[in-house]
Design a binder for this molecule. Structure first.
Ligand code: 5GP
Ligand code: MN
Length: 329
């Protein structure tokens, strides 16, 4: 599904001075890559741009250009609120519902700025003044490239912004393997390589620079994995006690859920992680099984057809039982 409302967008950018770029809670490679790439482009257009994100993000993203200037809302609300209030234009990248901005929601709703949503998740909310929503896109990062193409800004991209965009594309497509990877995704990637991206180096920074704790947590998770009797569903989980004992840090279990789909015959997998009296979860599926609907109906979440997430206020035992019921164990 596509919804594109960009008439007058270029003129609105031309007249904006102070721009704020936001993304979703627990920012991932696509959220940070898109925000920092767009910041760089808008700065080349002479804008004053602040990237404000709801909470901290993992270390493997700290090498992206502009990282040092990112404002973390949970670390300093006053300064961030002042920027949000003073902005003429606010971008909402890689999310399409105010609730995904977590504690920033109130300030964002109250802001008088022109609001621009650029996102590839299903069922966007309807408040933006300008909207570029396309659920068929590999990533919000690819959409930043497409936006530059539409606005004739590709000449403003450079090696640093290309690295940001490439990072979001590789992380959101599982290195070009998920179904939203299109011929155009590869075409965009090739243009990013022409701008100077070195895939091997970047993969090394993004995927092969992990702390020891990540592999210890992975081992514990795989050790207690459960497979349904029909072999089609896979349940993965880590308790809060295990996370604490093995050195959990925010973002460190990114991608763990995908191990559930690497088993022959598996079609649906869930990864549960207990934190602060609740359970954060990730769902992934193959083919027609729609985990976006499943997440919305039973797990207080949402996302895409084959990749979604949510959060339920339950103990781990309750969450395991709840998952088995709704996955059709
Ligand atoms: P992940 O499992 O990697 O956290 O998220 C998978 C997809 O679902 C991402 O596109 C993410 O934005 C979305 N998602 C994750 N958690 C939530 C949630 O709590 N609510 C909604 N609406 N989407 C989520
Ligand atoms: Mn994304």
């Amino acid at each position: 599904m596509q919804e594109i409302r960009l008439d007058g967008f270029k003129a609105a950018v031309d007249s904006a001075k102070n721009i704020v770029i936001t993304n979703h809670t627990n920012p991932d490679g696509d959220a940070m890559g898109s925000a920092l790439a767009l910041k760089r482009v808008l700065e080349k257009l002479g804008k004053s741009v602040s990237v404000i994100v709801p909470n901290p993000y993992p270390e493997f993203l700290w090498h992206l250009a502009g990282n040092d200037s990112v404002m973390i809302y949970s670390d300093g609300k006053l300064a961030a609120n002042a920027k949000i209030e003073a902005a003429d234009m606010i971008f909402h990248l890689d999310y399409n519902a105010y609730s995904r901005a977590a504690d920033m929601e109130t300030a964002l709703r109250a802001a008088s700025a022109t609001k621009v949503m650029i996102d590839h998740h299903q069922q966007p909310e309807d408040w933006p003044d300008f909207m570029y929503s396309d659920t068929g896109m590999s990533s919000t990062c690819q959409m930043i490239y497409e936006l530059c193409d539409k606005m004739e800004w590709t000449g403003l991209l450079d090696k640093e912004s290309a690295i940001c965009i490439y990072t979001g594309i590789v992380t959101d497509t599982g290195s070009f393997k998920y179904s939203a990877t299109s011929a155009r995704t590869h075409e965009v990637a090739s243009k990013l390589l022409e701008l100077g991206v070195e895939p091997q180096q970047l993969h090394n920074k993004v995927f092969d620079s992990q702390p020891v704790a990540r592999l210890r947590l992975l081992g514990a998770m795989l050790d207690q994995m459960e497979v349904s009797p029909d072999g089609k569903k896979v349940l993965l989980y880590l308790s809060e006690a295990q996370c604490k004992q093995l050195g959990y840090q925010k973002g460190i279990t990114e991608g763990f859920v995908n191990y559930g789909l690497s088993i022959s015959g598996s079609q649906l997998t869930i990864f549960l992680r207990e934190e602060d009296g609740a359970v954060k979860l990730s769902l992934r599926s193959k083919g027609d099984f729609d985990v976006n609907t499943l997440a919305r109906e039973h797990f207080n979440g949402g996302g895409h057809k084959n990749a979604a997430g949510g959060r339920i206020v339950m103990t781990m035992d309750e969450a395991i039982a709840h998952s088995k019921t709704h996955l059709g164990w």
